[in-house]
Design a protein around this ligand. Structure first.
Ligand SMILES: O=C(O)c1ccc[n+]([C@@H]2O[C@H](COP(=O)([O-])O)[C@@H](O)[C@H]2O)c1
Ligand SMILES: Cc1cc2nc[nH]c2cc1C
Length: 345
């Protein structure tokens, strides 16, 4: 029997109508197929990449950039939403300072620079900085899997201005107009801010367009260290055959980049929540995920990987449930097979 069939039999044969746990079944199946194991335990680890973005000079964010450092430190101190989510559910996590613009370091020091440059004026990062940020994402993920024994990685980020960098990357990848992609980010409804973001993104992407040969060029010219590290981390998970959960808009853009770089990424990627940012549905499509197939639709837009941790909790709940449920076959009734392949096992 193919392993996929074993997983399907396990889930479809539990004492419930077939497919009645919908997307939760679908993503549990994806986990087990990625692991090639059904008697497993989820060993999660949450990685939050924090970095500043030079583009904030253009007035594209409502909050000041100092919040990147302060909130990353809150995460380390257990006082941010994400740290409360992780601590409450006993999910270990690390904050990685990959490029905060502050004299102090928050979390693990893997700082590439004091933030990126303003992409309206120059490339956001140099090739050397891009490579370093990529290595940080790759190395941290591989180490978390091999040394810490994690078998499910989740990703989060923190960086004032990163809805602008993510929108710029998505616009550059797809040509979809910024007006369809850009949202309010961390600001309250502010039409002026949206207009400014759209204009900055169009002009910024136009300025660098001739340098775009590969996805890496787009990330280097208009992206951020957080997005580069998450993209590298998702590719690393794929190379290690380890499933991962991504979060909102910024995570979805990293997923889109990773899926373009390595087609196999789609096999290991699990979405968590659908962000308020309108661009997320387009980013998902680049990795063949429909917005309707995102399990948590709660109008969230916080980042930090908050939706990803909620999804990890849903997956843990599902795994325990499927491993402990009675079987349809225990009912000892003759047949209620509604269609081939979906019957009582
Ligand atoms: O993940 C999302 O979908 C999301 C949507 C809106 C805002 N954020 C968070 O807010 C920050 C970016 O917002 P902004 O307005 O400064 O670009 C950054 O720290 C993100 O984690 C995150
Ligand atoms: C307070 C605050 C917390 C955040 N967490 C992620 N992005 C954020 C942006 C702000 C402004």
């Amino acid at each position: 029997m193919e392993f996929q069939e074993t997983v399907e039999n396990l889930i479809n044969g539990a004492a419930k109508p077939v497919d009645s746990l919908g997307l939760l079944e679908r993503y549990l199946k994806k986990l087990m197929i990625a692991w090639e194991d059904i008697d497993c335990e989820i060993k999660p680890y949450h990685l939050i990449f924090a970095a500043d973005n030079g583009i904030v000079e253009e007035g594209v964010a409502a909050y000041p950039p100092i919040i990147t450092y302060l909130q990353a430190q809150n995460m380390v101190d257990g006082k941010a939403t994400i740290s409360c989510f992780c601590n409450y559910h006993q999910v270990p996590y690390s904050v990685i300072d990959i490029g905060i613009n502050n004299e102090n370091i928050a979390g693990i020091n893997r700082r590439v620079a004091f933030g990126t440059k303003n992409f309206l004026k120059e490339e956001a990062m140099t090739s050397a900085q891009f490579s370093e940020a990529w290595s940080v994402g790759n190395d941290i993920v591989k180490n978390t899997i091999t040394s810490l024994g994690a078998n499910l990685i989740s990703f989060g980020e923190m960086g004032i201005g990163n809805t602008t960098t993510s929108s710029a990357v998505l616009h550059a990848m797809t040509g979809i107009l910024p007006e369809f992609v850009v949202g309010y980010g961390a600001s309250a409804n502010n039409a002026e801010l949206i207009k400014r973001k759209c204009s900055v993104i169009s002009r910024g992407v136009e300025r660098h367009r001739n340098s775009f040969t590969r996805i890496g060029d787009i990330l280097r010219c208009v992206g951020g260290f957080d997005i580069v590290a998450m993209t590298a981390g998702m590719v690393a998970c794929t190379e290690m055959k380890t499933p991962f959960v991504f979060d909102g808009f910024i995570g979805a853009v990293a997923f889109a980049c990773a899926a373009r770089i390595n087609k196999q990424v789609e096999r290991y990627a699990i979405p968590s929540h659908l962000s308020k940012e309108p661009g997320m549905k387009y980013a998902l499509l680049l990795g063949n995920i429909l917005a309707d197939d995102v399990p948590i639709q709660a109008k969230m837009g916080l980042g930090e990987g908050t939706g990803a941790i909620l999804m990890v909790v849903l997956l843990k709940t599902m795994l325990f449930t499927i491993q402990h449920m009675a079987r349809l076959s225990d009912f000892a009734i003759d047949t209620i097979i509604d269609s081939p392949g979906r019957g009582i096992i």
